[in-house]
Design a binder for this molecule. Structure first.
Ligand code: GDP
Length: 320
């Protein structure tokens, strides 16, 4: 364990870089940080390619952030994870190593790294405690992404040990919410099923195709709740062990599809396409450590799905 660092970091008056501010998590962080008394820094990929070390060093030397939320990553759902292994491994290794090393060079005071619950072994005990990391083989459909995220988390640990830096890492469960990617080939299950249910409704009750068998179970966290947890952890957590962020509730994909169809108002039948992968059978993280610090999620799944669908309708309307 790292030696006695005070676990309260004050964001007031700080320059805070949200890396990946256009993504699902980054945009929620920008919304959440608006109510903190800090200066939010962002930079687009047109200006800085985070996979290029020289770009990242140049930006960091000029921006001089005090704190960083490292929410930039190449991400996607089960299908795109399986089909773009090189990008999922290379991009994520490059982005995280570039940001973490540049943060050391310019003297960033605190860095929070975003991992993912897919870092855990495919058949980890449920709910998954933090110490299940590296105790068994990974889920093959997302092993490339998982390996990169494991390296990023370990890098924070190594920088704490060798340089005494206050870099922490968090492992959120499956996320959803406003700002998500709704493209069917690359998206995660919630936006995919929402877009499919919406299209089925428009066709007057057409069937909704659900990938896999419908039996896997997943835990879902509303992204604005995640952003709130990340700000809480930035302020209150300082330890070398990564920390899980979840809700404690899980649902089968079949139940989820039924709920999404209800929220969208689609009454077509569900059809399960078992040629598509199920992925890991269950992925419920044990959030006891975070909950014992006093943080709680606020948004139930149905409410979060309704808010996400409202956002989708507005954004789809804006595109047309
Ligand atoms: P995962 O948690 O890494 O497996 O990520 P996903 O959100 O992509 O998938 C979660 C589960 O939902 C898997 O069992 C998928 O097979 C299932 N699923 C059902 N329909 C869909 C769909 O249309 N898109 C995606 N991405 N997953 C789906």
């Amino acid at each position: 364990m790292t030696a006695g660092r005070p676990a309260n970091y004050d964001l007031a008056g700080k320059r805070v870089w949200v890396a990946g501010h256009r993504g699902l998590v980054g945009s929620a962080l920008v919304r959440r940080l608006a109510s903190e008394n800090c200066e939010i820094l962002t930079v687009g990929r047109d200006t800085v390619d985070l996979r290029r070390q020289a770009d990242v060093e140049r930006w960091m030397e000029q921006a001089k952030p005090d704190a960083i939320f490292e929410a930039a990553a190449t991400v996607g759902g089960i299908f795109t994870n399986e089909n773009r292994p090189a990008e999922f491994l290379y991009d994520n290794l490059a982005i995280e190593t570039n940001i973490i090393e540049a943060a050391r060079r310019v003297g960033v005071g605190k860095l929070l790294f975003l991992g993912s619950s897919c870092i855990y072994p495919r058949l980890a005990p449920q709910p998954i405690p933090e110490n299940a990391l590296l105790t068994g083989p990974l889920e093959p459909t997302n092993q490339w992404y998982a390996l990169a995220k494991i390296a990023g988390s370990m890098l924070c640990q190594a920088y704490r040990r060798q340089y005494g830096l206050d870099f922490i890492s968090t492992m959120p469960t499956n996320l959803y919410g406003p700002g998500d990617n709704f493209e069917l080939a690359t998206s995660h299950v919630i936006p995919a099923l929402m877009a499919k249910a919406h299209a089925a409704k428009a066709k007057g009750g057409a069937e909704i195709v659900v990938w896999g068998t419908g039996t896997p179970r997943r835990e879902f966290l509303y992204v604005d709740d995640l952003a709130d947890a990340l700000v809480f952890l930035m302020k209150n957590y300082s330890d070398e062990e990564h920390i899980n962020v979840g809700t404690g509730s899980e649902i089968t994909i079949k139940e989820l599809a039924t709920l999404i169809a209800r929220v969208v108002g689609a009454d077509g039948k569900l059809r399960f396409d078992s040629k598509m992968s199920d992925g890991t059978p269950r992925k419920l993280v044990d959030s006891t450590r975070l909950l014992s610090m006093g943080w709680r999620p606020r948004t139930g799944l149905e409410q979060g799905l309704r808010q996400t669908y409202d956002w989708y309708l507005k954004s789809a309307a804006a595109r047309s």
